[in-house]
Design a protein around this ligand. Structure first.
Ligand code: FAD
Length: 386
């Protein structure tokens, strides 16, 4: 009988568990340090009867047919196009910025001029990045880009990464495009969806297999030890030769003995309001407010049965602390941190049955579809290694 251990019961760990159990008859044990399944996708119904997402608003989007087919096995999905906004200079405007933004902040004459220059500077294109626009040879395009940079991008990015606006390197700016039309919608993907019963229910259905066993509130650091000299993994003190999939932070596997991989975290302030609506979109960025960057209003996301009340999560970016008081959300990708990650990765590769995976194990910002793709690939790699 073969056994596999999976660390982390997020999307990545759950999908690999399912494939190992279903396609190769492994007995799979998942160790999860939190008290719930689904990782950062975890959602639950709050005291207002509203389905909220504990770790921030998630909307599924993908261009991959393989990923789309895979998720459809485990839930019904409803189309949902996320509309985001930015609250800037006292006005709500669409995110990504579009022609409506130009109409809101400039006179009719100036607005017409900006649009004409955008069309001329980017013939045949319907969008550009803010970085391209800041570097444009057209002065009107540059001036418009500078307006967006000063009132949104630099302030938002500074709060997100905890630096001053003057220190911002354009390479870290949000990759949201600027649109040359009145088109709205945050993502531009073939499939933009929400699971009919919510994300926790979707993950529960992936885990629903007799050969998958989930142990909650189990920190794998206390159960798994690496013997680097022998290239052997110990589980509860005994050599374990089956696949070990690690979807936690890679440096943790080595007790961060060469230094911790840096992350940025978030603190959510939850608020209930006695009103049916608080803001003009489910997710709004507030670049000019002190401390927080975004507000998610969950009653505006699907799968809701709400009435007169609404629930908000206000997002404050904060430094990540390894003492367990904060969650590792975004890897801080610098040349130095990537080099450190590669050293840990190299050490991990000496264990032939160890598979670091997922957004923490691979130290990348992964959207859900990237995480699924990577999980399918790692499962294939395990199958070809046995
Ligand atoms: C604020 C925010 C918003 C996002 N919005 C979107 C969105 O709209 N659309 C989208 O596609 N993607 C979004 N994402 C990305 C999405 O959350 C990830 O793609 C997804 O969570 C990746 O799953 P994972 O299993 O790799 O990681 P995780 O969900 O982080 O799962 C890892 C699991 O491992 C557990 N673990 C870690 N260490 C240990 C240990 N030592 N022992 C035991 N268990 C351990 C953790 O508790 C966790 O449950 C968002 C991410 C954030 C942070």
């Amino acid at each position: 009988m073969h056994k596999a251990i999976i660390v982390g019961c997020g999307l990545t760990g759950s999908i690999i568990a399912r494939r190992l159990a279903e396609e190769n008859h492994y007995d799979v044990t998942i160790l999860e340090r939190r008290s719930h399944i689904a990782g950062n996708l975890y959602d639950y119904t709050d005291e207002n009867g509203i389905l909220v997402q504990k770790y921030g608003p998630h909307i599924f989007h993908t261009n991959s047919e393989r990923v789309y087919e895979y998720i459809n096995r485990f839930s019904n999905w409803n189309p949902f196009k996320l509309e985001c906004m930015v609250y800037m200079n006292g006005h709500f405007t669409p995110s990504p910025f579009n022609y409506a933004t130009i109409d809101t902040f400039f006179s009719a004459e100036k607005a017409a001029q900006i649009k004409e220059h955008l069309r001329a500077a980017y013939p045949g294109r319907d969008r550009a990045t803010i970085v391209e626009m800041l570097e444009s040879s057209d002065a009107v395009v540059r001036e418009y880009a500078q307006f967006l940079f000063d009132n949104d991008y630099s302030l938002y990015t500074a709060k997100q990464w905890g630096i001053s606006p003057s220190e911002i390197d354009v390479s870290v700016l949000r990759r949201v495009p600027v649109l040359f039309s009145y088109e709205t919608g945050y993502f531009k993907a073939t499939h933009e969806l929400m699971p009919e019963g919510g994300f926790t229910s979707f993950v529960r259905s992936i885990l629903d297999h007799p050969k998958i066993h989930v142990e909650l509130e189990q920190d794998a650091q206390a159960r798994i030890r690496l013997c680097e000299e022998q290239g052997e993994i110990l589980l509860d003190g005994e050599a374990f030769h089956g696949p070990v999939v690690w979807t936690g932070m890679l440096d943790q596997l080595f007790h961060a003995d060469l230094g911790a991989l840096p992350y940025r975290s978030l603190r959510f302030e939850w608020k209930s309001c006695n009103q049916s609506s608080y803001q003009q979109a489910p997710v709004v960025a507030y670049p000019q407010e002190k401390g927080f960057t975004r507000i998610a209003e969950y009653s505006k996301l699907p799968v809701q049965h709400c009435g007169e009340r609404t629930t908000l999560a206000i997002e404050y970016p904060v430094p990540y602390q390894a003492d367990g008081s904060t969650e590792p959300y975004y890897p801080v990708l610098t040349a130095e941190s990537q080099k450190l990650y590669q050293v840990y990765r190299q050490r991990a590769s000496r264990f032939k049955n160890l598979y670091p995976c997922g957004r923490l194990g691979q130290y990348r910002y992964y959207d859900m579809d990237n995480a699924i793709d990577a999980a399918l690939e790692v499962s294939d790699a395990i199958f070809s290694a046995i």
